[in-house]
Design a protein around this ligand. Sequence first.
Ligand SMILES: [Fe+2]
Ligand SMILES: [Fe+2]
Length: 292
Amino acid sequence: MSISEERLNYEKVDQELDRIQDLTQEDRRKADELAYSLYRMAIRFGTWDPLEIDLTEDKKHFAEMDKQKRDYLIHFCTGFWNAEENVALQFCPWVMVAPSTYQQAFLSTQLVEEFKHTEFFEHYFKEVIGVERENKVQNIVHDSLDPRGKQLIQAIDAGPVEREAAMVEGLVHYQGVIEGVQAMVGYDVFEAVWGQYDLLPGLKEGFKNIKRDEGRHVGFGLRMLKQFAKKPEHAERIKKIYTEYLPAMLTRYDQQVIVNGEEVETPIEVQGKDRIQNMFDRRLKDVLGQTV
Ligand SMILES: [Fe+2]
Ligand SMILES: [Fe+2]
């Protein structure tokens, strides 16, 4: 296939992903059909290599950037690296609890992609940032992933009702909150602080690829939640878990930013709490047709 044909295909893939994530548009496919088509999309178009992205310009930009933005980048990328690594390590139960071959197949592509995203940030720190990640970045939404995973494993041997309930809760926590709100806000923050000023093209390229992968993860999660929300008991459950995590998501942007032992002022463009609140409202409206 020629390069221009391949590019055209990616354009189609991106349009399809936008459509899947836009819950105002109807999609009548059942869970297995949707999972199969996303699985095929991952096999065919999810093949980028984190080590192939050119980081030459990023090294120059990083060296020349003003101190506040450089230090904030260390904080910001530490947050992403930690999050990607943590979800990768914890994700197996989400694969196992899914009820069919192609739902598990799709979620397995997600598992390997989370490791790939982890590798991208590890590589970026080594090549561009040149220091260890910070150890003071908090993300308390992640603290309960471990018990959530254990709950999912227990539900595998329980009856179908309990298994489905656990899966719904797992989808809200992971695809709904972590990927659907926190990570999506992270991409917007990157664009606002660095991307719009044409800074860090390698990181921008990495985020473009990661966002495409995440489009499949979030698209699947949100479509599944919207289907589950037709049952009133699941709608209640979805609302409860989303709402439970809202304060923790907002706190993420309230924490003191410490880099190399010094406090860093948050760049004005970040606007993290407003972005979280807006994305949260949009997700709830999309999935449940209402805000809290
Ligand atoms: Fe990821
Ligand atoms: Fe993901």
